[in-house]
Design a protein around this ligand. Structure first.
Ligand code: GDP
Ligand code: IMO
Ligand code: MG
Length: 456
């Protein structure tokens, strides 16, 4: 019998033929909507998730840790989220931290308590944490700092990590010595032994590392009891959410495509898959359940930390974007590097993620510019290259080909629909979507929830 491919649409038509026998139907179930960063992070994912989360039943984080910093502004109040999904603001939705996330428990509770003081009520009751998620310990964060010092000494440059212990925690996971939420909630004697072994392992690598093991274990035991009511088998929770009654399920990406461990500007990347595959592996859901994939891109480009940045503007334009855009890291307080929109990277992010639509944020920051440039291609030795270079030395050398657009020199912050935007801004947006080949669904013109123009 020949195989029936369902290549064009996502409906699973691969049902058994009528053979007279009763065969099970393979119901795909609900689809999840995924929101992903299409540049080097800080594109405004939190704001897009918040917009969609007002109607969502479940909002999930699938990768990264508290290296992420997502700002959401609602009713004039600004909330910062690092580990909590931005959907936690919606009192009607459940927030889930999936197995692909690495969790620093002191950070998680500090974040919740801080936002509670700003008015976020009942978050602990709305949060579910996967029992398979790995833990980030305080010493992972210390090791992150030691590794940065070592890189600086050995190579004359570091990565510029957030020092949240992300790299070391994912290293523990990959080397199979990591500890998970289910271990913390299991036999504590066993957990303590494995914790001590892990500490010893790191101390043999970093002799200057001091850890007060008993104090750490005491604190972890307290966190375990606070965490316990939130912990579930994440795979089964997602299975039920996908196969129960219709549900709106949202996945909030952290970090971004160019920081992805496989596809980003390695080694100046984070330690997880921030592209669409991370949604499946970080939650334990099948690819068939992926529905819309929304890419979030700023109307210009920013980057925090070290690494190649072809459209960077180390001049007055870069400074203007930095100050007007308040481009300061939410997690580290570092100034973000700024430059023109680079469509080579956004197209590359689209190749990997298959965006169904794009949210273009921070258009308002460009309001005062006389002219606006957009990077459209890279050249090497005078020749256009069709791909995004894997090698950082090569990326450092590319020459960017730009398109130049006249600025609209009009305040767009009050625009609420397409027709409110100046014609020159509309042209800029149309050029971007045609060049990427993906429709732009939203355009951001300000920080708050209502400053998002929906195009379709
Ligand atoms: P994330 O990490 O992708 O969630 O983004 P961040 O929250 O780190 O950074 C985005 C910043 O831009 C935040 O301070 C947002 O409040 C702000 N922001 C998002 N969209 C817009 C927009 O359309 N216009 C302006 N002016 N600010 C925006
Ligand atoms: P959101 O979710 C911007 C960068 C760091 C550093 C590199 C590695 O807010 O978009 P790490 O601590 O992950 O080992 O650091 O990755 N980085 C981010 N930059 N936004 C982020 O997240 C980032 N998460 C990591 O600055 O260069
Ligand atoms: Mg951020």
């Amino acid at each position: 019998m020949s195989h029936t491919w369902s290549a064009k649409d996502h409906k699973n038509t691969n049902q058994p033929a009528a053979t007279g026998q009763k065969r099970p139907r393979n119901d795909v179930g609900n689809k999840v909507t995924v929101v992903l960063g299409a540049q080097w992070g800080d594109e405004g994912k939190g704001k897009v998730v918040d917009l969609l989360a007002t109607e969502a039943d479940v909002v999930c984080r699938c990768q990264g840790g508290n290296n992420a910093g997502h700002t959401v502004v609602v009713d004039g109040k600004e909330y910062d989220f690092h580990l909590l999904p931005s959907g936690i603001i919606n009192p009607k939705s459940i927030s889930l931290i999936g197995n692909g996330v690495v969790i620093h428990l002191p950070g998680l509770f500090e974040e919740g308590d801080k936002n509670e003081k700003k008015g976020l009520k009942g978050w602990e009751k709305r949060l579910i944490v996967s029992d398979r998620a790995h833990l980030v310990f305080d010493f992972h964060q210390v090791v992150d700092g030691l590794q940065e010092t070592e890189r600086q000494a050995q190579e004359g440059k570091n990565i510029g990590t957030t020092k949240k212990g992300i790299g070391p925690a994912y290293s523990s996971k990959a080397s199979r010595t990591g500890l998970r939420v289910c271990d913390l909630l299991g036999d504590f004697k066993d957990f303590s032994t494995r914790f001590k072994n892990l500490v010893h392992q790191y101390q043999s690598m970093y002799p200057s590392l001091t850890v007060d093991v008993e104090d750490q274990l005491k604190k972890l035991k307290e966190f375990a009891e606070r965490l316990r009511p939130m912990v579930r088998d994440g795979v089964y929770y997602m299975y039920e959410a996908l196969h129960g009654p219709p549900k709106k399920i949202l996945v909030e990406g952290a970090n971004a495509a160019l920081l992805d461990i496989d596809f980003g500007t390695y080694p100046f990347v984070t330690s997880s898959n921030c592209t669409v595959g991370g949604a499946c592996t970080g939650l334990g859901i099948p690819p068939l359940n992926i529905g819309d994939v929304f890419g979030v891109a700023k109307a210009y480009t920013t980057r925090v930390g070290i690494g190649a940045f072809p459209t960077e503007q180390l001049n007055a334009t870069g400074e203007l974007l930095q100050t007007r855009g308040h481009e300061v890291g939410v997690t580290t307080g570092r100034k973000r590097r700024c430059g023109w929109l680079d469509l080579v990277i956004v197209k590359y992010a689209h190749m990997i993620n298959g965006f169904t639509a794009i949210a273009l944020t921070k258009l308002d920051i460009l309001d005062v510019l006389d002219e606006i440039k957009v990077g459209v291609a890279y050249k090497l030795n005078g020749k256009r290259i069709p791909h995004f270079p894997a090698n950082m030395d090569v990326l450092q050398k590319v020459e960017v080909e730009y398109e130049t657009f006249p600025g609209w020199k009009t305040d767009t912050a009050a625009a609420r629909k397409w027709n409110d935007l100046p014609a020159k801004a509309q042209n800029y947006i149309r050029f971007i979507e045609n060049h990427i080949g993906v429709p732009i669904k939203w355009v951001g013109v300000g920080k708050s929830r209502e400053c998002m123009i929906q195009l379709f």
